[in-house]
Design a protein around this ligand. Structure first.
Ligand SMILES: [Fe+2]
Ligand SMILES: [Fe+2]
Length: 321
């Protein structure tokens, strides 16, 4: 008679289980609380910039006065909070969904993904707090157009392979953003520096888990399914680009209305242009350019698929940074 075994549904290798276990260990060690560690009773100092120049690209607008450049970075910081609140809605839902494969299987991987999901719920709460704090000190007229649930539904309708690829891009770019925030700049908000620091601490584990899950998903796809995944990933990047185009236009208009003086039409065009470049840089290119992203992608797709992705990204890369 065949012995009944409690075999995992996913047959993880010991090395893979070890990587999930390491993520749990680090997640427990660095775990932070929104009030106790990040906000600590502080409000935003509106005499300081919210985003570092390396992300906001304000130095590409030399005609702005220092207070205007600061206001522009504050608008971008507010949008940063809203964009993360948005993407973390779908990321949390997707992580919960893929954790289903481990419910009765690898309990280490399950715990890692449950912690990941719980951290994303906490991050959404942090970013909602930051949006309210930013709103309290900024002139009226700001609007954030995309709705988190509409975007989440659109993203989650795509193949898991593509969703995990986009998620790895996002979670890797938080690391690049943290590096930008620690460049020496005494005019950068201390509270915002802490947001980048604490977010990065937890996102580092998320990026490792994204990679493990993306590879696991990839291993069970047929060639045709992977090819569809590549098309879906290209579609998702285009959708993100659509969102940043819309928000960059809204934020540039808000700046022009509230900056307190008029600008020439050439200057207004530059403000619109740099806002879009900055958002493409922040929300697409900083992740795609992380070496890890290229390494993983290269390992999963064939040269023709890589070329298709490269072609789709080319216009965005050409107009960012
Ligand atoms: Fe997050
Ligand atoms: Fe994350």
């Amino acid at each position: 008679m065949q012995a009944v075994t409690l075999e995992s549904t996913t047959n993880p290798t010991p090395q893979t289980t070890q990587r999930y276990a390491k993520c749990i260990e680090v997640s427990k060690r660095i775990r932070w609380d929104i009030d106790r560690d990040v906000i600590r009773g502080r409000q935003f100092d509106f005499e300081k910039k919210f985003l570092p120049d390396g992300l906001s690209k304000v130095t590409e607008l030399p005609f702005l006065q220092p207070a205007e450049a600061r206001f522009l970075s504050q608008i971008q910081g507010r949008t940063y909070a809203n964009i993360f609140g948005l993407v973390e809605r779908y990321i949390g839902a997707k992580t919960l969904e893929i954790s289903k494969d481990y419910w009765l299987g690898d309990q280490v991987a399950l715990e890692a993904l449950v912690r990941f999901t719980e951290e994303e719920l906490k991050h959404q709460e942090l970013f909602r707090r930051l949006e309210r704090m930013a709103a309290a000190g900024m002139p009226t007229g700001y609007s954030f157009q995309p709705q988190p649930n509409d975007v989440a539904n659109a993203v989650l309708s795509k193949s898991t392979w593509a969703v995990l690829g986009l998620t790895l891009d996002i979670e890797l770019f938080t690391q690049a953003h943290y590096r930008s925030s620690i460049e020496s700049d005494t005019n950068l908000s201390d509270l915002w520096k802490d947001v980048f620091l604490f977010h990065w601490k937890e996102e580092s584990q998320h990026a490792i888990l994204d990679e493990l899950e993306w590879r696991r998903e990839d291993a069970r796809l047929t060639e045709a399914e992977r090819d569809q995944g590549v098309d879906d990933l290209i579609g998702l990047v285009a959708a993100v680009d659509g969102i940043v185009q819309m928000q960059a236009a809204a934020d540039a208009d808000y700046f022009l209305q509230r900056a307190g003086r008029s600008f020439s039409s050439a200057e207004a065009t530059s403000i619109h242009d740099v806002m879009l470049k900055a958002y493409r840089w922040q929300y697409i290119v900083t992740g795609v350019q992380e070496p890890r992203f290229g390494e993983v992608l290269q390992a999963l797709v064939n040269p023709a698929q890589m070329e298709r992705i490269g072609k789709a990204l080319a216009p965005i890369l050409a107009h960012a940074g």
